[in-house]
Write a protein that binds this ligand. Structure first.
Ligand SMILES: *Cc1c(COP(=O)(O)O)cnc(C)c1O
Length: 383
C-alpha cells in the first residue's frame, strides 16, 4: 500500500488521536530506519526514548526469539522465572524493595498512586507543573496540563500541582494529609527540564517530615538514558518508589513500579493486578536491554555521547541546550517545522515537544560518528 493510501485507510479506521509525520517506516537497525521507499533515516528519537539499544539489536532479537519458542504467556496465576528474575535485578539495582510489573508507563504510575493511597487513605498527591505522568485517568490527574485534562473532567480527586521551581511552595503543599509527591527528575514531555537539586531535596525532606511517599517517575529518564542506570543516582536524593517503562523493554511494552524495602509490602493480594504484566517475552526483552545498558563503561559512554551532542548543538547556536546524558532539549523558533524539515529534507528523526522546543533522545548505542552526522544534518537546517 502506498503512503497516501495508507493514510486514507488510517484516517478511516484508526481513532484520530495522533498527528503523524508523513512517513511509513518499514525496518530498522541500530540508529537507522528505512521507509517504504527505501530511504534511510538517522533516528535521534528512538520511538520516544524507547529503543534504548537501537532498532532490532541482535541480542534483544535473539533473547525474544528464544523466549517466543519456549513460552509466551500463562498469566500471574502461576510462577514464571523471567519476571521474577527481572524483579530481583531491578530491585537490587535500585531501591532494594519489590517490583510490581505493568505494561506501560501510565500503568506503572497507577500502581504508585494506588500504593500511596493504600498507605494513606484519601491522601493528596502533590505533583509539579510541567510534569507528564501518562494518559490513564489517575496518571492524567497527576499531569497538570489543562488541555490534556479538561475534556476528561471530573478527574481523580486529590491532586495538587505546584510550581516546579519553587521549593517553598512544594514544602508548603506537603502536609500530614499528603500520600505522595510525584516528580519526574528530568521532565521529558514538557521539553526536557531537569528539576533542580534544591527541589528534589525539598521533596525528600517534606516527605520525611510528613510520612508521604516520594515517587520519582523515571519512565523516560531511567534505564541509562541520563548516563546512570537511574537518574536519581546523580542526585543526593533517594526516592521511596521509582516508576519506569519506555526504554526498559527496548521497544516492547513493559512498565515497572519499584519500591524501597519500607514500601515493599504496602500492596497486598488482590490490591492490584494486570493480565499481561510480567509476561515471559517482555521480561526476556528487558533482561537483554539491561545486559547491555547496566554496565559502567556503557553508561560512561552515554554521558560522553550526551556531552558531544549537547556541545555540538551549542556550536550550532541552538538556544537553551539542556538535559542530561542522551536526553537533550533545545529551543528553536519553530520546533514542529524543524522536525518536519529534518524528516523530509535531511532524513533525520527528531521530535518537537512544543512550539519552540525540540527534543533528542537517540538510542543509547548511537556512535560518535552518528552523533556528528546528526549534528551536521541539523546544522544544515539551522544554518
Ligand atoms: C511516556 C511517559 C509516561 C507514560 O508512559 P506510557 O507508556 O505512554 O503510558 C509517563 N511518565 C513519563 C515521564 C513519560 O515520559
Amino acid at each position: 500500500m502506498a503512503l497516501d493510501e495508507l493514510a486514507t485507510v488510517e484516517d478511516r479506521f484508526v481513532v484520530g488521536t495522533y498527528a503523524r509525520q508523513q512517513v511509513e517506516f518499514v525496518s530498522g537497525q541500530g540508529s537507522w530506519l528505512k521507509d517504504c521507499e527505501g530511504n534511510h533515516y538517522l533516528d535521534l528519537f528512538a520511538g520516544v526514548a524507547v529503543c534504548q539499544i537501537g532498532h532490532c539489536h541482535p541480542d534483544l532479537v535473539a533473547a525474544l526469539e528464544r523466549q517466543l519458542e519456549t513460552l509466551i504467556h500463562v498469566s500471574n496465576h502461576y510462577y514464571t522465572a523471567t519476571g521474577i528474575e527481572l524483579a530481583r535485578r531491578l530491585a537490587e539495582g535500585s531501591l532494594g524493595g519489590k517490583v510490581f510489573f505493568a505494561n506501560s508507563g501510565a500503568e506503572a504510575n497507577e500502581c504508585a498512586i494506588k500504593l500511596a493511597r493504600r498507605r494513606r487513605p484519601a491522601g493528596e498527591i502533590v505533583v509539579l507543573e510541567g510534569a507528564f505522568h501518562g494518559r490513564t485517568l489517575g496518571a492524567l490527574s497527576a499531569t497538570p496540563d489543562p488541555p490534556k485534562q479538561r475534556p476528561f473532567e471530573p478527574l481523580v480527586p486529590g491532586f495538587v500541582a505546584v510550581d516546579r521551581e519553587n521549593p517553598q511552595a512544594l514544602a508548603d503543599a506537603v502536609t500530614e494529609r499528603t500520600a505522595a509527591v510525584f516528580i519526574e527528575p528530568i521532565q521529558g514531555e514538557s521539553g526536557v527540564h531537569p528539576i533542580s537539586a534544591q527541589m528534589l531535596e525539598t521533596a525528600r525532606t517534606a516527605c520525611d517530615r510528613t510520612g508521604a511517599v516520594l515517587v520519582f517517575d523515571e519512565i523516560q529518564c531511567g534505564v541509562g538514558r541520563t548516563g546512570s542506570l537511574w537518574a536519581y543516582e546523580q542526585t543526593r536524593v533517594e526516592p521511596d518508589v521509582i516508576t519506569t517503562a519506555k526504554g526498559l523493554g527496548g521497544g516492547l511494552p513493559i512498565g515497572a513500579c519499584i519500591t524501597s524495602p519500607a514500601h515493599a509490602d504496602v500492596l497486598r493480594v488482590g490490591d492490584h493486578g494486570s493480565t499481561f504484566a510480567a509476561g515471559p517475552v517482555v521480561c526476556a526483552g528487558a533482561e537483554a536491554v539491561l545486559d547491555v545498558v547496566d554496565d559502567a563503561q556503557f553508561l560512561d559512554a552515554v554521558t560522553h555521547k550526551g556531552q558531544r551532542l549537547a556541545s555540538g548543538l551549542e556550536r550550532l547556536r541552538a538556544d537553551d541546550v539542556r538535559g542530561r546524558g542522551l536526553m537533550v532539549g533545545f529551543e528553536v523558533e519553530d520546533a514542529p517545522g524543524l522536525a518536519r524539515r529534518a524528516l523530509s529534507e535531511q532524513k533525520l528523526v527528531i521530535n518537537a515537544t512544543g512550539p519552540t522546543s525540540a527534543r533528542l533522545t537517540p538510542a543509547l548505542t548511537i556512535t560518535d560518528d552518528e552523533i556528528d552526522d546528526g549534528l551536521s544534518r541539523l546544522g544544515t537546517l539551522l544554518g
